[in-house]
Design a protein around this ligand. Sequence first.
Ligand code: GDD
Length: 349
Amino acid sequence: MNESVEVGRNAPVDSNPPVALITGITGQDGSYLTELLLEQGYAVHGAVRRTSSLERSRLAHLYANKDLYNQRLFLHYADLDDPTTLRRVLTRVAPREIYHLAGQSHVGLSFEIPETTCEFTAMGTLRLLEILRDLPRQPRFFHAASSEIFGRPEESPQSEKTPMAPVSPYACAKAFATQMVRIYRDAHGLFAVNGILYNHESPRRGENFVTKKICRTAAAIKAGQESVLKLGDTNARRDWGHARDYVRGMWLALQHDQPDDYVFATGVLHSVQDILEHAFSALGLKWQEHVVIDPQFLRPSEPMFLVGDNRKAREALGWQPTVAFGELIEEMTLAELARLEARPEQSLA
Ligand code: GDD
């Protein structure tokens, strides 16, 4: 962020237009949600870490728009491990809605940094809930929960009622945060919602998630910049949808008259192998000639059969996924190729 910009000084405090605060605004979901809320007429405030760089982030196109930045889009420094900064931003912004998307979100990495993961993902959420509890005007609160909380579930597909059985430090942190949201809703009367989000991807996905890694490397192979793609378990299966659909679900969940939990999922399982086949064939390549299994990308334990039952979100919110798996992978792969062709000097290094 440009240090000379005074963030958060011109923020309106009443709720006309409606005011939303997003933690994790610079991420994939934060950027799509910001676009959606701006389209809906909101003033959008984002909490960003001091270390975040906005110049090259997914928000850069909005940040550069002088009609939006510091007019209807405001950024504030606040860290999830620093309750004073969180409280200050919440008091100053007085949002009608909070979308809590921030946290350490990589499952594999959580085995290496479990304490950091719990500090941000579990305790960061609890800190926010504690601050909200004391506010005179309590905003509606959306928590980005995860299908990972189900781990090795007793039933498939999973619904809002499926018991949690986490199998990674990340999943454990999310399970804690999810249950805390339920407790603050039931015991303290907060309008607090868990969106139990299954995997959701897009061209804006971070580079160390498997869809982006495959689509990006396939495009680099096509462009002659790479020849090998190293992966972990290609038999791993997940329920993958498009991030733009999932942020619409977040917004719908906070417009409902009652706070509740909702599964956001496509209800269809695919394997990592399916991603490979779609991405490589979209570029006219043979995955067999390039893919190598590398044990460094295998995880100590893997969830099984994570596929969601989205009936409640469909029926209560009128939500539905609109992008099929094949379309999603093709969009991501072609976006990577277009990016490389536009800026050929940007290799994977
Ligand atoms: N990242 C990665 N890299 N994953 C690989 C690889 C690889 O080289 N090879 C195989 N996989 C497998 C993983 O072991 C996992 O089974 C699957 O691909 C998906 O991995 P990720 O894309 O890293 O996502 P995730 O399922 O672990 O977690 C994502 O989805 C959750 C549910 O929405 C993240 O976005 C989480 O934050 C989110 O909660």
